[in-house]
Design a protein around this ligand. Structure first.
Ligand code: ADP
Ligand code: ZN
Ligand code: ZN
Length: 727
């Protein structure tokens, strides 16, 4: 065998192969290590790629050479690189795209590794002189802190939240200086002041006793003290000299949560989320790679943090939808975290008040150890939940008179009210306001599992997106002959306006994606409200996260679309959302009340939830999923295609279907996507189902390379989603 003379590179391009390049002039191939970043010419462009192997020179091809090796040491190595290779295979996604997704943006774009010397700021001479004359306020508070001693950003996070803007002001006035600091001193952990209750104690002992890969489902109602269990397990991990990674949902990573971790753990806690600059993210990533970061708390993409001394992984709210990436490399952070925990040989704790059916199934079958925290910790009592039948009642901006009355008495009693609008599922469903009838597909519905038809063509047509069946929308309700048929949809803004008009003397704050661009904006909204009585109107963003101790009433509207959505997971999402949002009420010593406003008071989902709680509902749903051959009892992949016209999209998916025909998996489609048209693009999909995961993956492995090469692929934009979250 000849010596390897060629470098194999993973490049961030949507092509499935790795690429051969010669080493840079004057280098031998083996001088460049796997995991190092390189800069290469690619067509007319320059790309940053990762070395993933060495190989012999292919015959008869002239190769281009690497322009530069960017790192002294590999940035991707060991377990992380191996796990990412696995992920590329599992998602049938190009390795180059997977590796690029895993790297922080600055490193992905080929920027040099940032300096991770700890830096801080200190007040200079001019600053000391100016200090006494400064008016009271944040800049002065910051200046006083920096007069005592130099502090880094983590110390400032802990001492003075919101310090960045004042720091900028002080720097502009030339009053502070940036200085290099010695490695951060470990702070003595604050005493664990709460004595764990017996259920918490059992959970803590089980996790701390685990050695090697050990998955746990920590199943505990909101407020049952799961975070306390994480903190004890992390403290134990730190005491063993290991690193801990904590994943939290996008909306769960609040300043409150970070402050709690920082106060309790006695080591710097590194946060990783989309609100940081590229430079900050790259530094934290490198800090973890060099073992300087001991605890990393982050959202979805933090699952790619290097953990050379891993000891524990925690996934808070493991059921949360934000763990799934919806674009590009469509990974699921929880699932990938499990893969990494296995490869790293460490325990992993999945915590939730409303575990995903996948995780419950894994716990039932013994793959995960099931730890339960059945009661709220401390004094808090569970809220009272009431279903409010609104059939034939007049609604004002979607709210019934009884709900408005309940809001009024809660406000007058000095409480805070959350009006929660469930907006999941964009496909509008046709509903009769008088009797609750809604349009179902005759070909896809069973008595237990009605499948809604969606409204198209400005309300004139109904279509089933599972089988494609179409029919005109009826002029009147087939059950009660009422003409009050409506495509459901009442946005938070309309509710906000109506509430403002009705309750002019109380503050009404709307919190949703549109009103809160920035992550800290939610906190600002809460701060404005403070402890005053008032009304919050919002969507999912309010289901979880910030503590709202003054909350006494939760009104949930828009439940009905979730009850009859087209997606088989919509029931699960709705049940989780309802339980989570109900859990917001009465967290402190006040009892809370929850009102569910619905046209379907007898719907099995609501009844089961109300009578038996989330777990009773989940048991029933698991049985139905099993009968219907749906996840977690079957495995899905979704092939999507979009184009300006329908024909190319259909032709591409039909081609895929033909290729898949030899592989003994079930294929449904090509069919319109739930949102069949977006931004001028016609969107279609093909659903792949198999009861056996390996069979699905063998089929994909055989077919996906051919899809890249298919002539039909050139006329569409297509993507593959393994384990899709939405159908
Ligand atoms: P979860 O993460 O399950 O929502 P937390 O850990 O945040 O629960 O705990 C909810 C509240 O109960 C917090 O205010 C916490 O301080 C308190 N708490 C947790 N464990 C205990 C305990 N053993 N004794 C008293 N209070 C506790
Ligand atoms: Zn009717
Ligand atoms: Zn159908």
């Amino acid at each position: 065998m000849t010596d390897p003379t060629v470098l194999q590179l993973a490049l961030p391009v949507p092509l499935p192969q790795v690429f051969d390049y010669l080493p840079p002039a004057g280098w031998a191939a083996e001088q460049v290590q796997v995991g190092q970043r390189v800069r290469v010419p690619f067509g007319a462009r320059t790309l940053c790629g990762i070395v993933v192997g060495h190989g012999p020179a292919p015959d008869g091809v002239t190769l281009r050479a690497v322009e530069a090796v960017l790192d002294e040491v590999p940035v991707l190595q060991g377990e992380l690189l191996a796990s990412l290779r696995w992920l590329s295979g599992y998602l049938h996604a190009p390795l180059g795209e997977v590796l690029a997704t895993a790297l922080p943006a600055a490193l992905r774009h080929g920027e040099p590794l940032p300096d991770i010397t700890r830096r801080g700021w200190v007040l200079n001479e001019a600053g000391r002189t100016a200090l006494s004359a400064m008016r009271a306020g944040k800049p002065k508070a910051l200046a006083s802190l920096l007069a005592e001693e130099a502090r880094d950003e983590r110390q400032l996070d802990a001492a003075l939240p919101g310090w960045r803007a004042p720091l900028r002001a002080l720097r502009e006035r030339g009053l502070v200086e940036s200085v290099a600091l010695p490695p951060a001193p470990a702070v003595a952990p604050a005493a664990m002041t709460l004595t764990p209750n017996p259920a918490q104690q059992a959970a803590i002992e089980a996790v701390c006793a685990a050695r090697g890969f050990a998955p746990f489902l920590l199943d505990g109602v909101t407020g049952s003290g799961k975070t306390e269990v994480y903190l004890h397990a992390i403290a134990d991990c730190l005491a063993r000299g290991r690193q801990a990674l904590v994943l939290v949902p996008e909306i769960g990573l609040t300043p409150q949560l970070l402050a709690r971790f920082r106060a309790r753990l006695g080591v710097p806690v590194h946060a990783l989320h989309s609100g940081l600059s590229d430079g900050e993210r790259a530094r934290t990533w490198l800090d973890a790679l060099h073992g300087q970061a001991r605890v990393v708390v982050g959202t979805r993409s933090a699952v790619f943090t290097p953990l050379p001394q891993a000891g524990l992984i925690v996934i808070d709210e493991e059921h949360d939808g934000s763990y799934k990436q919806f674009e590009g490399v469509r990974y699921h952070a929880r699932d990938f975290a499990l893969v990494r925990a296995r490869a790293l040989g460490v325990p992993i704790v999945l915590g939730s008040a409303t575990p995903s059916l996948e995780s419950l199934h894994n716990a039932r079958s013994g793959r995960y150890r099931h730890l339960s925290l059945p009661q709220r910790a401390g004094q808090a009592r569970p809220p009272q939940v009431r279903v409010m039948d609104v059939r034939k009642r007049p609604l004002q901006a979607g709210l019934a008179a009884a709900a408005v009355a309940a809001i009024e008495s809660a406000l007058q009693a000095g409480g805070q009210v959350l009006v929660f609008r469930n907006r999941r599922g964009y496909a509008p469903v046709l509903l009769c306001h008088d009797c609750g009838w809604s349009a179902h597909c005759p070909h896809c519905s069973t008595p237990e599992r009605p499948t809604a038809m969606t409204v198209h063509a400005q309300g004139r047509m109904l279509q089933c997106h599972h089988c494609g069946y179409r029919r005109p929308a009826p002029p009147a309700c087939p059950d009660c002959a009422s003409l009050a048929l409506q495509a459901q949809g009442n946005g938070t803004e309309r509710i906000e306006d109506a509430l403002r008009e009705r309750f002019p003397d109380w503050p009404v704050l709307r919190i949703d994606r549109a009103s809160t661009g920035h992550r800290d904006a939610v906190q600002k909204h809460f701060d404005t409200l403070g402890a005053r009585p008032g009304i919050l109107v919002g969507t999912q963003m309010l289901a979880k996260g910030h503590d709202l101790p003054g909350l006494t009433l939760v009104v949930v509207v828009g439940v009905d679309e979730g009850l009859f959505s087209v997606d088989f997971r919509s029931g699960e999402k709705l049940a989780q959302l309802l339980v989570q949002v109900a859990g917001r009420a009465g967290r402190a010593d006040r009892p809370g009340e929850v009102l569910l406003q619905t046209h379907h008071p007898d719907h099995p989902l609501l009844q089961t939830l109300l009578v038996g709680g989330y777990h009773a509902w989940a048991e029933a749903e698991l049985a139905q999923r099993q009968a219907a051959g749906l996840p977690p009892f079957a495995h899905l992949a979704l092939l999507r295609a979009q184009a300006r016209q329908q024909d190319p999209a259909r032709a591409f998916l039909q081609r895929a279907k033909d290729l898949l025909a030899a592989h003994a998996i079930e294929v449904a489609g090509p069919l319109p996507a739930p949102m069949p048209r977006r931004a001028g693009q016609v969107r279609m999909q093909l659903v792949l189902v198999s009861p056996q995961r390996p069979r699905l993956h063998r089929a994909l492995a055989a077919v996906v390379p051919a899809l890249y090469a298919a002539p039909e692929a050139r006329r569409v934009r297509w993507s593959l989603d393994v384990d899709p979250a939405d159908l």
